[in-house]
Design a protein around this ligand. Sequence first.
Ligand SMILES: Cc1cc2nc3c(=O)[nH]c(=O)nc-3n(C[C@H](O)[C@H](O)[C@H](O)COP(=O)(O)OP(=O)(O)OC[C@H]3O[C@@H](n4cnc5c(N)ncnc54)[C@H](O)[C@@H]3O)c2cc1C
Length: 428
Amino acid sequence: MTGATGTLASSEPWDVLIVGGGPVGASAAALLQLATKDARQPLRVAILELNRPAATPPDAPLDSRVSALSRASERILTAMDAWSLIPRSRMQPYERMRVWHESVQPRSTEVLEFDAAYAGEPNLGYIVENRLVQTAALTAFESAGGKVIAGELSRLRVHDHQVDLETTTGALSCRLLVGADGARSSVRESIGLTAEKSSYRQTAIVANVRTELPHERTAWQRFLRDGTLAFLPLADGGSSIVWSADDSAATPLLAMSPGDFEQDLLRQSDGVLGAMKLRTERQSFPLHKLTAPRFTAHRCALIGDAAHVVHPLAGQGVNLGLLDAAALCELVTAAHRTREDPGAQRVLRSYERWRKSEIEPIALAIDAFNRHLAHGSGPLSRLAQRGLALVNRTDEVKRFFITRALGLAGELPKVARHPPSTDRPSIS
Ligand SMILES: Cc1cc2nc3c(=O)[nH]c(=O)nc-3n(C[C@H](O)[C@H](O)[C@H](O)COP(=O)(O)OP(=O)(O)OC[C@H]3O[C@@H](n4cnc5c(N)ncnc54)[C@H](O)[C@@H]3O)c2cc1C
């Protein structure tokens, strides 16, 4: 770190500059912008984004990149005025999850079923296209007066009082730099937070399908001996498949003809949704686990996939990232209220303590599910597979899982804690 003289940037530094306007970065920016919009001195917030998606035409077919958004995420997106920007006609509420292991029948009592009604909720969450969440958050940010700068981060230098950035479209500087630039974060690399990354040796195959039987507003997930096959219900009546298969199984699945793939889907889903027809191309994503050893460094914080990447089987990546965004916003706006620097070490330490302690146990639990339910035939795996049926019969354990599916467990940021109409981020 060096003194601030001879810096790359010439204009007034941004209070907060967020590199990466994906769903998580755009949400952090919108929350910060809205929270201080009416303050005597609003925070000056900007996003640097290299690849902003175009608006989705209302009649465009549903994209195959979708996420299951939790109740906590719904509240966060509502608090920043982005939820209402996502068209209802493209959003599918899901009311239950049915999870089973390939060793049991899909309609038997051994199938683990989580029903929203059981927790007195209308649904467990919503299946929404990723690009719609991202564009809604960017629009909410801009409507509140925020600025999205097109460009890619090339280099950065951290000084005592500010961070200077070189980008493909010019120089920038800020008092707090937020890395929201995804799993291959250049911010994380540039500030020396080398992440522990390991491959699951699995590939997620993603596509949209039309099914013979209705999805019943249900997310279906079958644990196989060499992976996990999930069907997420879509607003057009079809389903989005996420098939996390061992690499050795994924290669032939991607290479086979659409007809053969559809036959395999029917077999591996045990026919729960009847015959299937592909509606989109198959896309593939190699699966990695990643945890940054620290989520913060001097004047810098990491959020979303830049800080942690978990296996998609629990559908938690965006949900955890939105909680990072809300937690950081809460701490930065509280500091701003008392005229504290947004990049103050105290603020960043609190953020890191808060979110690391929430994420680490979740990441461990997701890994254990993947290891023992989707794989393995040892005694622990057999116990875990039988455990699914036990969870079904134990009310308290079942409620524990439903609360987690709703994203309402742990230490929640204020905006995620209450129904949105009663709690909006604000600064007095
Ligand atoms: C198959 C699959 C299924 C999934 N299903 C779910 C699910 O059901 N529910 C769920 O919650 N999560 C799910 N996830 C996880 C989820 O997709 C990620 O957690 C989420 O996209 C992370 O969002 P992000 O904003 O942190 O990062 P990203 O979405 O990766 O966004 C990063 C942004 O930064 C920009 N950027 C990158 N580098 C630079 C740079 N140098 N300069 C400027 N801009 C830059 C990129 O253009 C991008 O817009 C799934 C993941 C996979 C692979």
